[in-house]
Ligand binder design. Structure first.
Ligand SMILES: [Zn+2]
Ligand SMILES: [Zn+2]
Length: 316
């Protein structure tokens, strides 16, 4: 029953995408008068084919390679070492915690067990219900290109549907003269849309694009912002917690043992919950006054972060 529910959203996506394509190519595109353009047809073919292929790949491709990770555990550890802020070395050396309790795979920093897919995923970003699959180390690049491709389809769709309505206005501007004088007037747009069946199709597609664009562009912004910050979506809350400690002047750093502490009254408790050695505030410890003073070891700058996401190399 649960797996049936998980397949509803991918089916909805296929239905929505197919329906919009049928409406566009059945009612709008042939009337545009640009169907003979080789460049335009090529661009449309590429983005639409890309969308179908990437969707299939994302639904089918595993975001993790458990066997490879087991064989090359040390190399993966070197790829994502503990940062002693949200992932702690002690955790991965503790035999009782070094294995995932659900799938018994050796755990690594930035690895999370997805409850929907029942598997551990390296560099786990999130479980996407629209593809019913996790987004992680080995499929993030496809997901990012898929989102960019969808954004391109939305932009093209808005352009073509506006072009269609503009042409409808130009072809019979006298009939709309009593509504407004400007071709971009809001009232004129509504009147144009409801004036005949073909215009209605373009209007419905524009409304669909308008609502989808909000979700898509906000989501794309969040993805790019996470790449810029050197974090993944599943780490966002953990980093926000570190940031709130900094803002409350509760985060301390001891350079002698490279350990971060949280101030509690006059003592400092290690951020690592497995470490029970509290220490007093002294000259060896200093408060972290700004989040910029914290070195995020997973952040190598936007370009390098993006490159690592796109390349996702197999450590060997
Ligand atoms: Zn697991
Ligand atoms: Zn999942």
């Amino acid at each position: 029953m649960a797996s049936c529910v998980l397949h509803v959203l991918p089916a909805c996506f296929v239905g929505l995408f197919s329906g919009c394509c049928a409406m566009f190519f059945g009612g709008v595109y042939p009337s545009l008068g640009c169907s003979h353009s080789v460049v335009l047809n090529a661009v449309l073919s590429v983005v639409l084919t890309n969308n179908c292929l990437l969707f299939l790949v994302l639904c089918a491709k595993s975001p993790s390679c458990p066997l490879h990770q087991q064989r090359h555990h040390r190399a993966y550890q070197a790829l994502f070492p503990p940062n002693e802020l949200i992932y702690f070395r002690q955790h991965y050396h503790d035999p009782t915690l070094a294995l995932c309790s659900k799938c018994l795979l050796p755990t690594l920093p930035r690895m999370l067990h997805c409850k929907h897919c029942d598997r551990c995923v390296l560099d786990f970003d999130h479980h996407c219900y629209w593809i019913n699959n996790c987004v992680g180390y080995y499929n993030y690049k496809y997901f990012l290109v898929f989102i960019l491709n969808l954004a391109a389809i939305l932009c093209l769709s808005v352009y073509f549907n506006f072009l269609f309505l503009r042409q409808a206005y130009s072809a019979n501007s006298a009939a709309y003269a009593h509504v407004a004088h400007s071709p971009l007037n809001y009232k004129l747009l509504v009147f144009l849309v409801v004036s005949n069946k073909q215009n209605e199709v373009a209007g419905i597609l524009l409304i669909v694009c308008f609502f989808l664009a909000w979700f898509l562009f906000i989501f794309l912004y969040q993805m790019l912002n996470n790449i810029y910050l050197g974090i993944n979506a599943s780490e966002y809350k953990k980093w926000a917690n570190v940031q709130s400690l900094v803002q409350a002047h509760l985060l301390y750093y001891n350079s002698e043992n490279n350990t971060y502490y949280q101030r509690s009254a006059s003592t400092l408790r290690p951020l690592n919950k497995l470490d029970h050695h509290s220490i007093p505030i002294s000259s060896r410890t200093r408060p972290v006054t700004s989040i910029d003073n914290i070195d995020n070891i997973y952040d190598s700058g936007f370009a390098q972060n993006l490159l690592l996401k796109l390349a996702s190399p197999f450590p060997s």
